[in-house]
Design a protein around this ligand. Sequence first.
Ligand SMILES: Nc1ncnc2c1ncn2[C@@H]1O[C@H](COP(=O)(O)OP(=O)(O)OP(=O)(O)O)[C@@H](O)[C@H]1O
Ligand SMILES: [Mg+2]
Length: 404
Amino acid sequence: MHLSHLSLTNFRLFSRLDMDVPRRILLLMGANAQGKTSLLEAIFYMATFSSFHAQNDRQLLNFIATRENLSVARMIATYQRQDRVHRLEVRLIQDSNGNGGARLRKEVLLDGVKTPPIQVIGHLNAVIFLPQMTGVLEDGPAERRRYLDLLISQAQPAYTRALSEYSQALTQRNALLKLLNDRGGDSSQLIYWDELLASRGALLISARIDAIQELEQFAKRIHEQLTGSSEVIRLIYQPSYDPLPPPQGQFALPIQVQVQRNGLTVEKIKVGFLERLGKVRNEEISRGVTTIGPHRDEMRVLCNGIDLTDFGSRGQIRTALLSLKLAEVDWLKQKTGEWPILLLDETLAELDMQRRNYLLNYLENVEQVILTTTDMNLFPPDFREKCERWQIVSGSVEKLSNEI
Ligand SMILES: Nc1ncnc2c1ncn2[C@@H]1O[C@H](COP(=O)(O)OP(=O)(O)OP(=O)(O)O)[C@@H](O)[C@H]1O
Ligand SMILES: [Mg+2]
């Protein structure tokens, strides 16, 4: 897949940007605060309808434009997927809610047809690496769930649907549990929500089992080369509801042990999950909250048996994240048959020579890459020669001359 044109209106600092995106490797140079990260963010947003950066969509609107009563941020991508050219347009519309406040609406048009965003996620595929993304490994489990959800959603529309229905069912079920706790009542009202939670939850668990295992295979190969065979990376899924019974006589599994969960059908996971919900029902009513399920899942990342979230050095965490990101590229290619667009924000500056060389070589395979940098000299001349080099100044881009 490759992006051929990008147009942004009132998106962050871009009041208006129109650019033909080069086919292979784009090296985008700019000083601080010129719009490098924002440009990558816009592309990633169109792939996932989520920004790794912003707390909410409102932040994406140009703040000068938001002073108007009605303001619209518009992103348009023209890209080729399976030999067909598509046009994806996303509008974030801020208007008055009638009570003196503002509300934000999102409109998505795929090839000119208004389409619910949930159906468009992953039509454009992208993988983004930002240096500040280390929170995926350093922060709590919610970050890693989000990481997995964004990735799997891009490849599997059924996952996106299941995720949305699961979280709606979870909200309703939690409200009911709280009500039963506060006021008492007939707990058989939970049956409907249990069924929904278990069926959608089973889809999520099954997809996560497969994705984590497949991602680990790709990450292992990449990480071995990135670290000159000095580190072995492992991804360990720790589902909150585990479809496998704990091994006899072993109370606490050492984290290093990867449990083989593949081969379990979605139906089998669902039945087991439902049964467990029945067992914990009284406890859940007294706590007023759903205590098991994919919303509490965890994935740990280990290097040479050491859990990076608890013990990783900064360099180890950065390298592991890069391995995961490149593994995502390979995984998406395998799942969708298309290379995702790879977006690398100031990635080289943080890497040692060996890691830089590996990364630049790896990029030879990928169909389209956009790299940002504050300093062209970080890139060896022979690599620069293979790129189109552009400059970004205050949200305006221009192609640089051919001199290296
Ligand atoms: N919603 C917004 N409206 C207008 N400007 C914004 C908005 N959000 C961010 N900006 C501004 O856009 C500018 C560019 O931000 P961006 O993060 O893209 O820069 P950058 O080139 O990646 O910089 P750095 O090298 O420091 O990472 C910043 O000055 C930022 O304050
Ligand atoms: Mg930046």
